[in-house]
Design a protein around this ligand. Structure first.
Ligand SMILES: *Cc1c(COP(=O)(O)O)cnc(C)c1O
Length: 367
């Protein structure tokens, strides 16, 4: 089976360096929030050209602690999209805040026009998700947030290394949030996350919140603190991988563009060709019958996946917690998306085999 993302191949290519880094940590006798984490925080801040970086336990915690550091409190309304896998909703609801769902546009990221309609109606913060590795329309969204005086948080979990008009993902808003879940473009060998901040005081609040609200050892100053630390093993692994990220993203884009040139099936719509604002975390096509295409690919030995099938406001966990509103583009997108295999170690032959399998597919109701 050709996987969506083959982490075995990924780790094998770096085995010697990964073993050396993990051995170094084991031998050091220091395992949580130590020199590897501090070095990684500096390296990631420099990479994304933001002044401050705080390592945390995972990407969802990065969103939650980021919102808390911006002052989001129970009952506050936070604008976000509903087609991005529940992560932002989970963070919002954990605070006791309320998601205010905003529709997406053709890019499947937040529609600036839809945000403009709601931002003046008591929205306390905005989370924009750079979905599938494609940056949202930041040139329109940033000024909307600025003029409304609403802080902007970027969910960069799928878009690390992307750049729009020369500015990296995570450096457009007040806070950038990252996940290092193993399948992300920069993945750990366990859970991990980070918060980038423009403002020192905001970064210091995240630093306190990730460790019991401490501003000094055993002095719990900030309310709502807890334990969400990055460990040395993950930081050491991430430090091995970060220097390779740019090359991996180039390869991911090349795979996406090879699909773009190779897939010719009138029943399948392709994403736009790649530029630096897309790091091809997922290669997502659209069709009226994603499950039928998925079954066809599976029979050909090719894995695929739906990211994501259910809008957040239809999730049982959120029943009664959220206001759905009218989100027609979100509804259609969730019914149509299908992700094809895309990872840097894929060969051109494998990409071509997937494209040919897609081309051989005949939907039951022709377009
Ligand atoms: C993976 C992901 C997250 C959550 O990260 P975890 O580390 O799994 O908590 C948040 N947002 C997006 C867009 C993601 O893809």
């Amino acid at each position: 089976m050709l996987l969506i993302n083959d982490l075995g191949r990924h780790s094998a290519a770096l085995a010697a360096d990964l073993h050396a880094a993990t051995q170094r940590v084991v031998d050091s006798g220091w395992y949580v929030l130590g020199p590897e984490v501090r070095a990684f925080e500096q390296e990631l801040a420099a990479y994304c050209r933001m002044p401050y970086c705080v390592g945390v336990g995972n990407g969802t915690d990065a969103l939650e602690l980021g919102l808390r550091a911006l002052g989001v409190a129970p009952g506050d309304m936070v604008a976000t999209v509903a087609n991005a896998g529940m992560y932002s909703s989970t963070a919002i609801v954990a605070i006791g805040a309320v998601p205010r769902y905003v529709d997406v546009d053709q890019s499947l990221t937040m529609s600036p026009a839809a945000l403009e309609e709601v931002i003046g109606s008591g929205v306390r913060a905005v989370i924009v998700t750079h979905l599938y590795g494609r940056m949202a329309s930041m040139r329109a969204i940033v000024p909307l947030c600025r003029s409304a005086g609403v802080p902007l948080l970027e969910d960069c979990a799928q878009a690390i290394g992307a750049e729009l008009h020369g500015t990296p993902a995570g450096a457009w808003g007040d806070i950038g949030c990252f996940s290092f879940y193993p399948t992300k473009n920069l993945g750990a060998i366990g859970d991990g996350g980070a918060v980038l901040a423009r403002d020192e005081a905001v970064a210091e609040r995240v630093r306190a919140l990730r460790q019991y609200g401490w501003t000094r050892k055993y002095e719990a100053t900030l309310p709502s603190g807890r334990n969400s630390r990055l460990d040395e093993l993950q930081a050491a692994v991430l430090r091995v991988k970060l220097p390779h990220l740019a090359a991996w993203n180039v390869r991911r884009r090349a795979i996406a563009d090879r699909y773009g040139g190779g897939i010719r099936n009138p029943a399948v719509r392709l994403p736009p060709l790649s530029d630096s604002a897309y790091v091809a975390h997922l290669y997502v096509v659209r069709t009226a019958e994603p499950e039928a295409l998925r079954a066809h690919l599976s029979a050909a030995g090719i894995a695929s996946e739906v990211h994501y099938p259910v809008p957040d406001y239809r999730q049982p966990a959120l029943a009664g917690r959220a206001t759905a509103g009218e989100l027609p583009s979100t509804e259609v997108a969730c019914r149509e998306v299908l992700s094809l295999p895309c990872f840097p170690e894929m060969s051109d032959e494998e990409v071509d085999a997937v494209a040919e399998a897609v081309n051989r597919w005949e939907p039951s109701c022709s377009p």
